[in-house]
Design a binder for this molecule. Sequence first.
Ligand SMILES: NC(=O)c1ccc[n+]([C@@H]2O[C@H](COP(=O)([O-])OP(=O)(O)OC[C@H]3O[C@@H](n4cnc5c(N)ncnc54)[C@H](OP(=O)(O)O)[C@@H]3O)[C@@H](O)[C@H]2O)c1
Length: 249
Amino acid sequence: MAGKLNGKVAIVTGASSGIGEATALALAAEGTKVAIAARRTDRLETLTKRIKESGGEVLSITADVADEAQVREMVSKTKAEWGRVDILINNAGVMLLGPIFDADTEDWRRMMNVNVLGLMYATHAVLPLMKAQGIGHIVNISSVAGRVANANTGVYNATKWAVGAFSESLRKEIHKDNIRVTIIEPGLTATELPQHITNPETRTRTLTRYESIKALDSEDIAAAIVYAVSQSAHVNVNEILIRPTEQEG
Ligand SMILES: NC(=O)c1ccc[n+]([C@@H]2O[C@H](COP(=O)([O-])OP(=O)(O)OC[C@H]3O[C@@H](n4cnc5c(N)ncnc54)[C@H](OP(=O)(O)O)[C@@H]3O)[C@@H](O)[C@H]2O)c1
């Protein structure tokens, strides 16, 4: 498949739905060989079929990013298949909003393990390869919630703040190795994300908020990611913040 990213190899975590799925499709359409990772194998199989049908190259990897060994295997499987990794899209995430006061602290552990540690494990696993290649690009999906904190969103905010701090430090550490780092900060995007909120009241309130405006589509974020990774090697798009036009805060 010919495109502006012809021959590049990417890993997309959280590719079984939403932004990750749209990004895998968009990268494949530009000629990228894409390793798609998530826990739901059936969803990955459907996506694999779609990418192959449109002439793309794809590798499906069932992996839980909260498990460091599985993340390392995700990277080594991709290297074994295509010999390199040019782009890592750290997209897997959960948003288990709710008050701090009576929270189920298991929600906190899940958010920290997936949104923060999972992203760190994947970054750590690709860095030696990218350094040896002399080129690489790591795209970390944060959120407007990585810049604006509200009541009842504190731990999700903390995870996305962590993504911002980690990414900026990482950029300073590895820019001399010709490895770029981009932070993507989406606003409300119509995906499955709010459906997983375990606190019923917060889930209802959040779903109502998503439905009250014309939210972004996953494809809008995928287009921003493709923009960032398609620039010349000397151009490092550090940060993209995208809100729906109707979203105020
Ligand atoms: N939607 C929004 O409004 C919005 C706004 C700002 C930022 N974001 C961020 O965008 C990213 C993608 O979310 P989305 O909106 O596209 O939601 P989504 O449709 O729920 O997708 C989340 C993805 O993460 C994967 N995932 C969750 N836990 C995982 C784990 N332990 N191991 C591996 N993969 C895991 C899910 O796959 P499996 O369940 O199959 O593992 C799924 O593919 C997240 O980081 C989210 O915080 C979303």
